[in-house]
Design a protein around this ligand. Sequence first.
Ligand SMILES: NC(=O)C1=CN([C@@H]2O[C@H](COP(=O)(O)OP(=O)(O)OC[C@H]3O[C@@H](n4cnc5c(N)ncnc54)[C@H](O)[C@@H]3O)[C@@H](O)[C@H]2O)C=CC1
Ligand SMILES: CC(=O)C(=O)O
Ligand SMILES: [Mg+2]
Length: 682
Amino acid sequence: MLSGHVGTKASLGGRADALPFSVLEQPLAAPACRSYCLARLRRVCSKLTPCHHSLVNKGTTVLQSLSRASRLLAAHNPCRASRCYADEQANLHSIDARHSYACLRKAGIDILHDPLVNKGTAFPQSERERLGVRGLLPTKVLAPEKQISRFMEDYLYGKDFIDPVHVKDGGVTKSHVRRWKLLQELQDRNETLFYRVLLDNFVEMSHIVYTPTVGWACLNFHRLYRRPRGMYFSASDKGEMAAMAWNWPANQVDAIVVTDGSRILGLGDLGVNGLGIPIGKLDLYVAAAGFNPHRVLPVVIDVGTDNEQLRNDPLYMGLAQPRLKGPEYFEIVDEFVAAVMGRWPKCVLQFEDFNMATAHPLLNRYRTHHLVFNDDIQGTAATAVAGLYGALAIQGKPVKAIRDQRICVVGAGSAGMGVTRMIATGMVKQGCTPGEAKHNLWVSDKDGLVTARRDADKMSDVVRAFARQHEEEPEGEKLLDTINRVKPTALIGLAGAGRLFTPEILTAMGQHNERPIIFPMSNPTSMMECSAEDAQKYTGGRAIFASGSPQRDVEYDGRVIVSGQANNMYVFPGLAMGAHLGQTGIITDDMIMAAAEALPHLVPPEDLKRGDVYPRLNQIRHISIHVALAVMKAAAIEGRLNNLKAARALEAGNHVLAEWIDGQMYHPKYSSLIRLPTGVME
Ligand SMILES: NC(=O)C1=CN([C@@H]2O[C@H](COP(=O)(O)OP(=O)(O)OC[C@H]3O[C@@H](n4cnc5c(N)ncnc54)[C@H](O)[C@@H]3O)[C@@H](O)[C@H]2O)C=CC1
Ligand SMILES: CC(=O)C(=O)O
Ligand SMILES: [Mg+2]
């Protein structure tokens, strides 16, 4: 017991007046550690029910209240007590990736069929002996490097890596499809090797496991389905979800990505086929941010689908009913969240590809209580803002020049409005008033420019906040007219409706700006607002360009102009890692803004000269560490850095924290396998 720090009312979020920190177990003097104390106290207090608050208010000591709260929480969270039982039941392995060993209860052929521990032909003789796989594999032991080159030979199949394809080609070629299947098969048999090749070839393979190819995989998921991966929680599981969560074989889950399949990339409602997206996102969690593949869980919530073609397809594997809406829908999602947070209270929950009717309401429902974020709203926003800062740097302008930009955002859905809000926040941070920030932003949707004169039932509150107010601004104005009238410096596309940035629009952007900023961010390639080639062609090679799906660099007038990739993959892996390692309790706007502000620092001057607004993707681990670090620092300032080890590392300096983060990451290499005899506890 110990330190004498006393928290202020403000620092405790006004929840508990001047609580003595002596209730915490350790004397912690340094600011980061103090932030840790504050964070813990706040976190525990946030779990108290109104009845507990009244106990605190009535003068019951905080210590008593906290311990009572923790006993109550423990009663609701039986994970720890049941852990050994579950291990026994599931015949599981636990893997210590950092110390490179794994404990197994299985043996023989079961090991070869378990992709989490299988090494295939790389099992050394000693392990073949002790794990009972001798004779089940060809005699020769292959070194991992040999396994990789064998796989890559097949993967490349006599060709070089494929270029990002042109938007006119529709985005996905037969080569993409073949490679997607090869990678899937590898993941299903040997995850270590899968992540090793993915990390080593991240730039090329992210086109395959992620956009654009993952879009094709989702469209065809019901035909491609072979093996179980992830979990399905459906409307018919109502009342059972807490128990179902225990069917997942891992006792520790650090990250869940969940979709309800209602808006998959720009491909619309794909129902349970949407599970391909959480799978692809989590592949990036592991490769890009070092999440442990044994502790990530892709999920689809099946509440039906409004995609009639899919519903009527005999191969469709979800509930063949129209989507649930309203209170019934929210009850299902509430139950799912309670189920997974009940079993894994420390996990980060990422909402992905929910349609605009539910994305914002769901985020607002959980964001103040749980470690959740919506990637399309928040990850995309941070990515777009980082790209704008990069574009300003290319023009030799400082960050504060954001407040002078005039920006058109096309698409007023979850992504478009997330981006609009965060740009406004960035402008305000750089000295604008909120009114001035709104004045610099024009939002259009499928009905044209959004103004205050639009019918109230045709826009949500989030959109209304950015509706144009001036009488002379025509409601529903066409994009080209808006561009010629307001002469925006930047044009951002998040409509998922294909080539809205026509040659006329691109030409106008080129006429109004020396360096027009053009970000067609919709996915997959077939839904992008324009190609890199067209952006450069119609602006005379002056566009600062970045797109949601990859595009090849453009040769124009003897120069090579980089085509950046404005995709939230720059943000969500590092953001989730920072929140998970810091155990920040919730994910705040300041943490997301910190991620956005961190990225431009990683673009070297020579890349800015080539027109690149983002860091190089072959540095993805470094990028994610940098983002995670920024997120944890922002969390510490807000008193939310709950992990003492992280707080201490931060206290010692940025480089120590960066090294510590790196040390927590999973590195895809084979671990020694230890078979636990019956009766031995892990
Ligand atoms: N690059 C990235 O990191 C990200 C890209 N996206 C992409 O953004 C797109 C939209 O995503 P959400 O906002 O979640 O979808 P959403 O369904 O919530 O919103 C779509 C918006 O686009 C508007 N729209 C549709 N047709 C239009 C047209 N012809 N002209 C102008 N506006 C039109 C709709 O009115 C709506 O406001 C998708 O293609 C998605 O893949 C989303 C998240 C991240
Ligand atoms: C990248 C992404 O999250 C999307 O297109 O929805
Ligand atoms: Mg998405």
